[in-house]
Design a protein around this ligand. Structure first.
Ligand SMILES: O=C(O)CCC(=O)C(=O)O
Length: 247
């Protein structure tokens, strides 16, 4: 499939944001959801890889692939597992060319976040450890992402966001440049997302199944996200040994 990035630009957002509904198939979605859970079971048998497991946080749970960053925001060089690479990075991100200008030409880090109904993530920014581009694949259920201009005081976060993006299951959301550096993003801790429509959801025109949201709200179900990023600093094997105390 060939995508025209300009055709999927979210035009009411500052540069740059793109939304592709039906980015992956239902079969690919099921496989990814299985891998997210099955790999926990097999992780302890994979000697060559770090052992990512769910980290239970207060309001969601998290996996970090291939591993967490060190204290000085460095990634210890380890390839991403194949199930996170094919078909999302290769061929799809490559075809889109979204990471072409990133330091490593491709993402090297993925966070897997799982939100049950009522769970979310506080408004935050992802910071300078990463090249300013996030590519998010949504699995399982839709969820609304809230965007807040950084010039807005943090106390405003409890009120209304500047923009809202509705992320359908199997969709891709790409935010980069100013959207990365000038905005915080978060997901409200709600049982339902309401007040949905062309006036309130900035990617409304790009949704794959608008009719599913025609009633203006939906009850949340468990939603999992894969957020792909390029960590700027990567320690190669020689440096890795130093980190581990070798020579
Ligand atoms: O789940 C999402 O769509 C957002 C995740 C997020 O904000 C993050 O990983 O920093």
């Amino acid at each position: 499939m060939v995508w025209d990035l300009e055709a999927v630009r979210i035009t009411c957002l500052p540069d740059d944001a793109f939304y592709i509904s039906d980015f992956i198939s239902e079969e690919e979605e099921q496989l990814l959801l299985q891998k997210v859970s099955i790999d926990q079971f097999f992780a302890s048998n994979v000697a060559s890889a770090p052992l990512p497991r769910w980290t239970q946080l207060a309001h969601r749970r998290l996996q970090t692939w291939p591993s967490s960053l060190t204290k000085n925001n460095t990634l210890l060089a380890t390839p991403l597992p194949a199930w996170l690479t094919v078909p999302i990075i290769a061929p799809r991100f490559k075809e889109l060319g979204i990471f072409n200008e990133a330091p490593h030409g491709a993402p090297n880090h993925v966070l897997v976040n799982e939100y049950r109904p009522g769970q979310g993530i506080m408004p935050h920014e992802d910071g300078p450890a990463y090249y300013p581009l996030v590519a998010t694949v949504s699995l399982g259920a839709p969820i609304v992402l809230d965007l807040y201009e950084k010039t807005q005081p943090e106390s405003q976060h409890l009120r209304s966001p500047n923009f809202r993006v509705l992320q359908e299951r199997r969709s891709l959301l790409v935010t980069r440049g100013q959207m990365y550096t000038e905005f915080r993003h978060g997901i409200a801790e709600k049982q339902a997302d309401a007040d949905l429509g062309a006036e309130t959801v900035c990617n409304w025109a790009l949704l794959g199944e608008k009719e599913a949201f025609a009633g203006g709200s939906y009850e949340r179900q468990t939603r999992t996200s894969l957020t792909y990023r390029d960590v700027r600093k990567v320690a190669t094997m020689g440096h890795t040994l130093k980190f581990l105390g070798g020579r």
